[in-house]
Each structure stands twice: as structure tokens, then as C-alpha cells.
Design a protein around this ligand. Structure first.
Ligand SMILES: [Zn+2]
Ligand SMILES: [Zn+2]
Length: 380
């Protein structure tokens, strides 16, 4: 636990009477395809086992976009955002956390009691009720839904205390925010799900924030051939800066280009970081016989992946998904935060820029156009 004396001050923390609702500004979608707007919303006071966190930085992640463009089913009005860092500003009755503690938000807090949690797979926790319960309300009194139970593109959130992970004070907030989704997912996919070994070859399809995090984790895991693949030539420099040994455009010649770099075999590991049937099939075709395809992207329910039965048998490939990097965020986020603190981990290349909350809708437009790596909203 961090000494609150050394932590950044929590704006407003401790000044209002306990148990008062708080009005904050948040990025709200009123419906699928509706214009995103910054609105005033009312947060409840933290109840037993809950905390209010003042947000310092929140990333604009593809899953937020999927919530508003219809790829994922969502309920509205919806506060966007699920990748964030902030400071504990108020604690509910019985909370073990201290006001002033810097934290990263966790969008899959584990119950630690279900069958999956008990067998050490907290990323598959069966207790998924929290994200579906509305919390707070709009200025006109409509109950608010929260993206992945967080709704972190806001000046503050009220969340269960198990959804916050203490981190050291003093980390750059625009980088620390990414630990809560893109980085944990990308690093975990490489380390925990695929277990990339030194000397292996890797292809990464789709170079958003998660794809770039996979590239840099593959480099740190000792992969020697790291092929970055995207439809946008503009991602080339970013990919090489993140750790790729080569950038390839996703076009008709892709399979040939990959085989030319892997002694005609295909890669040991392909990571699909888009969440579409077409790119899952592309990743499958780039992988060698006996290799592994790891699906990191979250796709649509009705986007069906078709693979030949003989191909599945003969190729002997493994196809699996990596949910939240197959990681235990409570254990792994502090490790990544410590690496960030001592500069063993540099996430600068993942941050394309920071914008104030009012410019978050424009950041969503840039994300939809595939521009840059991660746009991060800062609220200082
Ligand atoms: Zn995300
Ligand atoms: Zn559980």
C-alpha cells in the first residue's frame, strides 16, 4: 500500500461529507451510433466495499468503440472507458483502501470464490454481474450503464474496491492507464497464453494499442522474427518502434511474404488483435504446422470463422483466445507498474497523444480511422 502522504492529492477527496452523491463530467453514448457527448452525471456515494476514484488518465480502447458502433451489445445511456488510472478519493464502509492511493482500474475483478477463480483462472471468473448493473444516473435522472462495469472516461468513478489495483505513485498517468487493458492484455497474451519462447517467430495482425503491446512483449520475450501486419502503411514506423523486426501490409501477397521470412514454414505464433473472422483466418494461414494462433481481439457474436475440417487436423495448429491476457490483474499489474517505474517497461511509443475529456469524441473518430496507437484522455 502506498503512503498517501507521498501520493498525488485527490481533487475533492475528503472535502465533501461522506456518503454524498457527486456530480462529474463523463463521456456518454445515448445509443448505438449516437454522437458521443460529455455530460454531467451523478455518481452515488460509495457503498460498503466500494470506492470513488478520481480519474487522472483513461485510454480510448477499441472495445469502447465496439460498444457504440454496434459490434458489441450495449445498454444505454452508457459511460465509455475501461482503461484508466486515478487516485482513491473516497472509501465506502469497510473498505481496506486508503484515500490518496494511486490505482489502476480492473475491468474483470475476480470474485476469488467461483470454480475458475479457485483453480487459478481469475480472468474467467463466473461472477460477471457487476458490469451489467447500472450505477449512477444522468443529469435528467436516467440510470447509467458503465462500459465493462467501469465507465472510466469520466472525472471520477464509483466501483467495487476489488476493481482497483494499487500502483506506485509518480508514474506517468497516460502510460499507467494502459496497464489496465492494452498492456496487460498484450503482455499476458505473449507471456501467459502463447508462452512465446526465445528464438521463436511471431506475427501480429492488427496494430492498435493491443497489437503494439503484443509486439513489444514479443520482443521482450526474445522472439527473433516479429512480423507486424496491418492494412495501414501508416503503422509501419510505430510497429518498428514498438519492437517489430518487419512490417507487412495485409494484402494478397501476405502469406508469401510471411513464408519468405520463416523458411517457408509460417510463424510459430500468430496473434490476432482485431476481432474479425477474416483476420482470424489470415492469422491461421500465417502459422506453421503445429503452431499456435492466439485470438486477442474481441469480435462480434455473428461473425463466423470458417476453417476446413481437414485443415484443422492436418495443420495441427492450436487456436485459442486470450481473455485479459490470461492474467491475474491483481498480481500482474503491480509487476508491470514496477517495471514502468524503473524504466524496464517503456510505454511511450504506445501513447499517440493526450487530449482533454472534451476532445474524447474526436479521439474516437481517430481510433475509428485507425490513426495512431493509443489516444489517452487526461483529466488533470
Ligand atoms: Zn480495452
Ligand atoms: Zn470468480
Amino acid at each position: 500500500m502506498t503512503d498517501p502522504e507521498l501520493s498525488p492529492a485527490a481533487p475533492g477527496g475528503g472535502t465533501e461529507p461522506a456518503s454524498a452523491p457527486v456530480i462529474v463530467r463523463a463521456l456518454v453514448a445515448r445509443g448505438s451510433g449516437a454522437e458521443l457527448r460529455v455530460e454531467r452525471v451523478r455518481l452515488p456515494a460509495p457503498g460498503p466495499g466500494e470506492v470513488r476514484v478520481t480519474i487522472r488518465a483513461a485510454g480510448v480502447c477499441h472495445s469502447d468503440l465496439s460498444m457504440v458502433n454496434g459490434t458489441l451489445a450495449a445498454r444505454f445511456p452508457l459511460v465509455l472507458g475501461h482503461e484508466a488510472t486515478g487516485v482513491v478519493a473516497e472509501v465506502g464502509p469497510g473498505s481496506q483502501l486508503t484515500v490518496g492511493t494511486p490505482v489502476v482500474l480492473n475491468w474483470a475483478p475476480a470474485c476469488r470464490a467461483c470454480w475458475w477463480c479457485r483453480r487459478g483462472e481469475p480472468w474467467l471468473c463466473a461472477d460477471t454481474t457487476a458490469p451489467t448493473v447500472p450505477r449512477g444516473e444522468t443529469d435528467d435522472g436516467v440510470p447509467l450503464h458503465l462500459t465493462l462495469g467501469l465507465g472510466a472516461l469520466a472525472e471520477a468513478v464509483v466501483v467495487p474496491e476489488r476493481a482497483v489495483i494499487p500502483i506506485p505513485a509518480g508514474l506517468p498517468p497516460e502510460q499507467a492507464a494502459l496497464l489496465g487493458c492494452a498492456v496487460l492484455t498484450g503482455v499476458g497474451a505473449v507471456r501467459n497464453t502463447a508462452r512465446v519462447a526465445p528464438g521463436e517467430s511471431v506475427a501480429v495482425v492488427g496494430l492498435g494499442g493491443v497489437g503494439l503491446a503484443v509486439l513489444s512483449a514479443a520482443r521482450r520475450a526474445g522472439a527473433t522474427t516479429i512480423l507486424a501486419i496491418d492494412v495501414a502503411e501508416a503503422k509501419r514506423d510505430l510497429a518498428l518502434a514498438a519492437g517489430a523486426t518487419d512490417f507487412l501490409l495485409s494484402d494478397d501477397r501476405l502469406s508469401k511474404e510471411v513464408r519468405a521470412r520463416t523458411e517457408s514454414r509460417g510463424v510459430d505464433h500468430a496473434f490476432e488483435c482485431v476481432g474479425r473472422a477474416a483476420t482470424i483466418r489470415a492469422a491461421w494461414r500465417l502459422t506453421r504446422r503445429g503452431g499456435a494462433v492466439t485470438v486477442v481481439g474481441m469480435g462480434a457474436k455473428d461473425d463466423m470463422v470458417s476453417l476446413g475440417a481437414l485443415d484443422i487436423f492436418h495443420s495441427a495448429r492450436t487456436l485459442r483466445s486470450s481473455v485479459y491476457g490470461s492474467s491475474d490483474p491483481d498480481r500482474e499489474v503491480p509487476v508491470l507498474a514496477a517495471e514502468l517505474a524503473d524504466s524496464a517497461l517503456d510505454l511511450g511509443v504506445l501513447v499517440s497523444g493526450t487530449v482533454p475529456l472534451d476532445e474524447a469524441p474526436a479521439a474516437f473518430d481517430r481510433l475509428a480511422r485507425g490513426e495512431g496507437a493509443r489516444w489517452v484522455v487526461t483529466l488533470d
